[in-house]
Ligand binder design. Structure first.
Ligand code: HEC
Length: 154
């Protein structure tokens, strides 16, 4: 049953992602579209692409996949308020990257470190240029954290 729910969830997430990517980008194909890691809004774009399906476009936890999750995604604009005014940078990095697993039960939140490593490897399959997978994963997560920090309720 668990596996079944997970499969459905995975399918829904990829369908949502495919639809979102299809509307957001016309050509070239999404997987080969040039990436701009230097854009100041890289974090925001990455959030809308990968996180809004569950956390909502405003990050308040009201994404379209919420009815299919066992646990409600938290409001990501209250991280500062919920932590005595300090942005819990390292904890969030670990949660997003995937190293920080809950003490018990399974998590609904995808493991982004693994996801990004796979995406980056696919992106670079045809390339003869060397790339540093860990640096790419780090830059994507740092971009997300920079965006999350910007949208905190102060
Ligand atoms: C499939 C739904 C889903 C997607 C997609 C998703 N999340 Fe989550 N997220 C959750 C759920 C549910 C939780 C609550 C804990 C759990 O179940 O793992 C959570 C928890 C979190 C937390 C922990 C907050 C805290 O205070 O502990 C952070 C940070 C977070 N998500 C960030 C992100 C980011 C950034 C992305 C995109 C890269 C993302 N999430 C994509 C469902 C999702």
């Amino acid at each position: 049953m668990r596996t079944c729910i997970h499969r459905t969830l995975g399918l829904l997430a990829s369908l949502w992602l495919a639809a979102a990517t299809a509307t957001a980008q016309t050509s070239p194909p999404a997987s080969k579209a040039p990436r701009d890691f230097s854009s100041p809004d890289f974090g925001q774009r990455e959030f809308q692409r990968s996180c809004a399906s569950c956390h909502g476009t405003s990050a308040k936890g009201d994404g379209p996949l919420v009815p299919y999750l066992r646990q409600s995604p938290p409001d990501l604009t209250r991280l500062l308020r919920n932590n005595q005014g300090v942005f819990p940078f390292q904890r969030l990095y670990d949660v997003i990257e995937g190293g920080a697993l809950p003490a018990h039960g399974s998590r609904d939140m995808p493991v982004w470190g693994t996801q990004y490593r796979v995406e980056d490897a696919e992106y670079h399959t045809d390339s003869t240029l060397p790339y540093d997978p860990e640096a790419l994963v780090r830059s994507r997560i740092l971009g997300l954290l920079e965006y999350l920090n910007r949208i905190q309720l102060r």
